[in-house]
Design a protein. Sequence first.
Length: 153
Amino acid sequence: FSIERLPHVNWFAQSTNLPGVTLGRIDMPTPFVDVNVPGDKLDFEDLNIRFKVDEDLKNWEEIQKWIFGLGFPESFDQYDNLIDSARPGQDARYSDATMHILNSNMNLNYEVHFRDLYPTSVSSLQFDSTVSDIDYVTADATFRYLLYEYKKV
């Protein structure tokens, strides 16, 4: 799984989902019973990823700064930093992402391309010094996007 705007998250991704999609409906009234007909809008579920947090918190911080830049909770400078971090010609609010689905032989089977992706949340980090085994810190992030397309490779 890779998100163009989040290079530090890409190498630490542990799990993700292929979001579902729902077609809306229109209730057409009749004198007897309302008839459901297919709607004209799709509603995509959120994209969720779980990733290991690196020891410098860079990957968690990348997502947090992106969210802060979109919401500029303290100052407009945070939005300016978001704009400055984008590649030339790219809308700084969004990024594209690609999910690679492997077959049973660990060969690429499908590619899923997400367009105009942006984060809506990143989870808190839970630290616990009482654990005796090595227990890596993980975080979850949720994203919205315009649409996704998949193709067999």
